[in-house]
Write a protein that binds this ligand. Structure first.
Ligand code: SAM
Length: 294
């Protein structure tokens, strides 16, 4: 099942503006993966805001909620909570009797999430922590979530072990992760497209987590496992940010010619002007439940 909202295009024009040249040099993957201080924090915050406003991101959020409905009073853990957008939405849903904890290894995201949450009186906390080794007691959460985070881990299975450990019996895990080996891009040079898509996969630690997640869930004894494919439609500006540094670095290292990269962008700019730009990144919403009895 591919769940592209029929309304996706309605939302794209909001983001049809050019990306600044200096933004094209910012390496978002490095910023998310290594808590790297060379990537400008404000740029990463703006990028996450841009992502959360994307209709096809909102439609996978709805799918996550359908699979693991949020109930008042629940205790929910989110790993890789970034600037806290989702954790705060979940906190609204669990209400005052519930609790949401956002964990991120990158202190600048935690500070930003705390700043954004400070005036909202929500049952949410944000703490610096490593998804690979959670400083949390066993069986202490009703539900756990991750979005576009396991792809940055060398060993996503270790983080899943941790999520299963901290879930109560019967607790639910739902994630959204890309398969970064798949990029659907309407462009004329198929060979160049394959080379560029390969660079995208090489830019993260676990490009294949999207397709591997249902197996990893089952190997950990989770029940009711479901993996739903979801094509995330990207607008040109977001696409430029995701690929900008990757392509600049590929030119610098001689993997791509400057002229072919210039031609690539020119074709995509033209497609944008013709209203024919089409890019989709494949991801999966994956659900599983910890057995009620051990
Ligand atoms: C692409 S961002 C997604 C943020 C958030 N989930 C969202 O949807 O906006 C990936 C996040 O994972 C965090 N991250 C990366 N490695 C991590 C780790 N080992 N433990 C916890 N968080 C990590 C990054 O700091 C970043 O905030």
């Amino acid at each position: 099942m591919t769940s592209i909202s029929p309304r996706a295009d309605d939302h794209v024009p909001t983001y049809r503006h050019n990306v600044l040249e200096e933004e094209l040099m910012q390496d978002i993957h490095k910023g998310f993966q290594t808590a790297d201080q060379t990537t400008d924090a404000e740029f990463l915050f703006r990028f996450l805001d841009r992502v959360h406003a994307n209709e096809s991101v909102q439609s996978y959020h709805r799918l996550m909620l359908d699979l693991a409905p949020v109930v008042a009073g629940q205790r929910i853990l989110e790993i890789g909570s970034g600037i806290g957008t989702v954790a705060m939405q979940l906190a609204e849903q669990v209400g005052p009797s519930g609790y949401v904890l956002g964990i991120d290894k990158n202190e600048m995201f935690i500070r930003e999430a705390q700043r954004r949450g400070s005036s909202r009186n929500l049952p949410v906390e944000f703490q610096v922590g490593d998804a690979n080794q959670l400083d949390l007691p066993d069986a202490s959460f009703d539900a756990a979530r991750a979005e576009r985070t396991l792809m940055y881990l060398e060993n996503p299975g270790q983080a899943l072990d941790e999520l299963v450990r901290v879930l109560k019996p019967g607790g639910e895990i739902v994630i959204f992760e890309f398969d970064y080996d798949v990029a659907v891009i309407d462009t004329s040079d198929r060979e160049l497209k394959h080379r560029i898509a390969r660079l995208l996969g090489d830019s993260v630690a676990s490009a294949g987590i999207g397709r591997q997640a249902q197996r990893l869930f089952k190997e950990r004894g989770l029940e009711g496992v479901a993996a739903m494919p979801h094509l995330l439609r990207a607008d040109l500006a977001t696409f430029k940010i995701v690929f900008g540094a990757i392509l600049s670095q590929a030119v610098q290292s001689g993997k791509l010619e400057a002229a072919e990269v210039a031609g690539w962008w020119a074709e995509l700019e033209q497609a944008e002007q013709n209203d024919t730009f089409f890019v989709g990144l494949l991801g999966f919403v994956v659900y599983g439940r910890k057995p009620a009895t051990a």
